[in-house]
Ligand binder design. Structure first.
Ligand code: C5P
Length: 212
């Protein structure tokens, strides 16, 4: 069975909370996502432990600062072993470019538009997202975090598309509005999907039956 292109969102304070899931998911999915909550609580050791266990780590810090700071934080993230890092496109082209120019090959940068998946979508927001993604492309960064509704348009701009807001048909939507299923996101062109609560709620199904 090939590795499923999923990042499991570790949305909690401690790695320990996810021990059972991580054991079952090892070798089944591509990687894990460490977000602000865990990184603030546990610091770099969370990333280092996951790397030691052989995980690809997506560090979701959504950096938003002046070019010098964004660039320096990118180097620090690469040094602790992060494989992917998010930066707000609103930091500006100069900041994205500085981060990209000064990083090693080991870390991939993903741009984040301020328009999040929990918002309802309309044409105006789509245009705003596309404008952001074009700025990200010009800066040279590797890819973007892209809501389900924008995958098709974004494929013309980036290959590396990572899509959150994923739910199985049987799941509740929680606070996500712009959602799709794992199969549909991959079919539309996402390279990886991010799944948090839906993995927790359907662990055996994801491990044994989900085919993507
Ligand atoms: O799958 P679930 O809704 O539990 O996962 C939520 C994860 O996706 C969180 O870690 C959140 O930060 C992330 N995310 C999101 N919407 C975005 C970008 C990231 O929900 N636009």
């Amino acid at each position: 069975m090939s590795v499923k292109p999923i990042f499991f969102a570790l949305d909690g304070k401690e790695l320990n909370e996810f021990r059972e899931e991580l054991e079952k998911l090892k070798g089944v999915i591509y990687g894990v996502k460490v977000g602000l909550e865990m990184f603030t609580a546990e610091g770099p050791s969370s990333v280092e432990k996951l790397k030691n266990d052989g995980w690809k780590v997506f560090l979701d810090l959504k950096l938003h600062d002046i070019p010098n700071t964004v660039q320096a934080a990118t180097v620090s993230a690469a040094n602790i072993g992060a494989d992917y890092l998010t930066i707000h496109i609103a930091s500006g082209k100069e900041a994205l470019h500085a981060a990209n120019e000064n990083k090693t090959e080991d870390i991939k940068l993903l741009g984040v538009s301020s328009v999040l998946t929990s918002k309802a979508y309309d044409e105006e927001t789509s245009r705003a997202v596309e404008r952001d993604f074009l700025v990200a492309k010009e800066s040279g960064i590797d890819g973007v975090i892209c809501p389900a509704s924008e995958i098709e348009a974004t494929k013309k701009i980036f290959d590396l598309i990572v899509t959150p807001g994923i739910r199985l048909e049987s799941d509740s939507k929680d606070d996500q509005r712009n959602i799709t299923t794992p199969e549909k996101a991959i079919e539309l062109g996402a390279k990886y999907i991010v799944m948090g609560r839906s993995i927790k709620n359907n662990l055996d199904y994801i491990v044994e039956r989900l085919e993507i």
